[in-house]
Design a protein around this ligand. Structure first.
Ligand code: NAD
Ligand code: UDX
Length: 471
């Protein structure tokens, strides 16, 4: 019924879908409608089979609320019209062309959504900026909204901190909820309170913090910078470890036990991926530059540059390890997602690794438990200079890790899927070319055991295997 509080969310992606499913679950008296321009995505959210994204616990949350107080629809105008509060969770990728290309956030989708709201809305609405955006976006959006003059709007910033693979857990017990609004103004404060009310259904009040809009927008970018910085820092240390005989996992344990440093996000890897880190840091770089802060921009930028170096360092270990050539050799790629427990491949380190190895004319056999085959083709085609026909001669996608390993010279672990730890490595050794190599880009395997079996093993930031060719 229309007397119930109505939420609309524009954008049914990785953020919009799970966030709204949890709001619907925790607030049975509120109706939540998630809309998208993509009919395919909405159909998938409404299907009985697989949802458009994989997240542990998500299907249950959606099934328990869908059709009761959670709805997925392409009727964007209808949902805007009846909503009291509108979340905007559209994508804000890095700009590909034009001013700020390669760095600035592309706000086209955001502005289109705002213009749609301005066009359709007849009653006052609270707009909640859920997408990650550059600082001052809320202000610009408010200008667009108010230009119609038909009704009043409040714009809040409410960045999302969920990580993929743990989205449901992160949404159900967040470290904090951050709400930015115009607290100097009565209507602004009331809007903030309304959003605080919603989260208070399940988040302890002391974990909900309110700030001015700009602090909130900036905090999201800064949080991702700090997280990514830790990964790049430990990855820089991993190079030092390999040259010195230290063990990066021992170093990060020792360092992380300092309570001022903390143990999380100190896992050395082939490189961070995901749709957020690189994009948000480049955004921070661009913002700093546009404010004339060149050195500050450079400092931020190194976190991304270090990540690129780490991916390249890993690839060169593979090439040198395999006697300085991989041309025509078969290499099994284990894992293509940017981290475990997700089917998402955006900015996955695996894409760069595969693209580089294909450049060297290696034959790849790729296995990932969750990533769709078509996604792998699309990602490598986009990254590579080669056309699809050429790529098809070099790449095969397997439905099992053993299929991928069959006849290969090397196994390359790109994603830390748990199941890789339980593989039958005796069997794998028996079906591989000899000497059989393993390049563990995630340090998840039991390297001592593998060496005893007869593998030559390279692991990130670990003392180098004497049998590995290094340059
Ligand atoms: P996504 O690409 O998965 O989803 C965005 C959706 O918005 C798409 O389905 C797209 O069709 C839809 N859309 C675009 N323009 C639209 C319009 N005008 N009207 C209706 N629908 C429209 O993106 P995502 O990963 O959910 O990210 C959304 C935002 O949240 C980004 O700003 C991102 O930086 C931020 N964020 C993402 C994560 C994450 O883990 N993915 C975490 C925190 C914040
Ligand atoms: C990140 C932020 O964590 C989240 O708060 C924000 O809302 C969105 O961006 P996400 O990209 O989903 O989340 O995953 P995250 O767990 O942060 O991992 C990012 C990348 O860093 C992954 O490729 C992961 O494998 C890598 N990583 C992470 C490491 O290599 N080492 C680590 O110690 C931690």
């Amino acid at each position: 019924s229309t007397s119930r509080f109505q939420i609309c969310c524009i954008g049914a992606g990785y953020v919009g879908g799970p966030t709204m499913a949890i709001i619907a679950k925790k607030c049975p008296t509120i109706d939540v409608t998630v809309v998208d321009i993509s009919q395919r995505r909405i159909d998938a959210w409404n299907s009985e089979a697989d949802l458009p994204i994989y997240e542990p616990g998500l299907k249950e949350a959606v099934m328990n609320t869908r059709g009761k107080n959670l709805f997925f629809s392409t009727d964007i105008d209808g949902a805007i019209e009846k909503a009291h509060m509108i979340f905007v969770a559209v994508n804000t990728p890095t700009k590909k062309d034009g001013l700020g290309a390669g760095r600035a956030a592309d706000l086209t989708y955001w502005e289109l959504a705002a213009r749609r709201i301005a066009k359709v809305a007849k009653s006052p609405k609270i707009i909640v900026e859920k997408s990650t955006v550059p600082i001052k976006t809320a202000e610009a959006i408010l200008t667009v909204l108010n230009a119609s003059g038909k009704t009043r709007f409040q714009v809040l910033s409410n960045p999302e901190f969920l990580a993929e693979g743990t989205a449901v857990r992160d949404l159900e017990s967040p470290d904090r909820i951050l709400i930015g609004g115009n607290l100097k103004d009565e209507d602004g404060t009331a809007a903030v309170e309304k959003l605080v009310d919603i989260y208070s259904h399940w988040v302890p009040r002391e974990r909900i913090i309110t700030t001015n809009v700009w602090s909130s927008e900036l905090s999201k970018l800064v949080a991702n910078f700090f997280l990514a910085q830790r990964v790049s820092s430990i990855n820089a240390v991993s190079a030092l470890c390999e040259s010195s005989g230290a063990d990066v996992d021992e170093v990060s344990t020792a360092v992380g036990l300092d309570s001022r440093i903390g143990s999380k996000f100190l896992k050395a890897s082939v490189g961070f991926g995901g749709s957020c880190f690189q994009k948000d840091i480049l955004n921070l770089v661009y913002l700093s530059e546009s404010m004339g802060l060149k050195d500050i921009a450079e400092y931020f930028h190194w976190v991304v540059k270090m990540n690129d170096l780490q991916k390249e360092r890993f690839v060169s270990r593979i090439i040198h390890g395999l006697f300085n050539t991989v041309t025509g050799k078969r290499i099994a790629i284990l894992g293509f997602a940017f981290k475990k427990d997700t089917g998402d491949t955006r900015e996955s380190a695996a894409i760069s690794v595969c693209q580089r190895l294909v450049d060297e004319r290696a034959h790849l056999d790729i296995y990932d438990p969750k990533v769709e085959e078509s996604q792998i083709w699309q990602d490598i085609s986009t990254a590579s200079k080669m056309d699809r026909l050429e790529l098809e001669k070099l790449i095969h996608i397997s439905s099992s890790p053993y299929g991928a390993a069959q006849g290969s010279h090397a196994l390359v672990v790109c994603t830390e899927w748990d199941e890789f730890q339980d593989l039958d490595f005796e069997k794998i050794l028996s079906i591989m070319e000899k000497p059989a190599f393993i390049f563990d880009g995630r340090n998840i395997l039991n390297h001592e055991y593998l060496r005893k079996l007869g593998f030559v093993v390279y692991a990130i930031g670990k003392p180098l295997d004497p049998r590995l060719n290094v340059v």
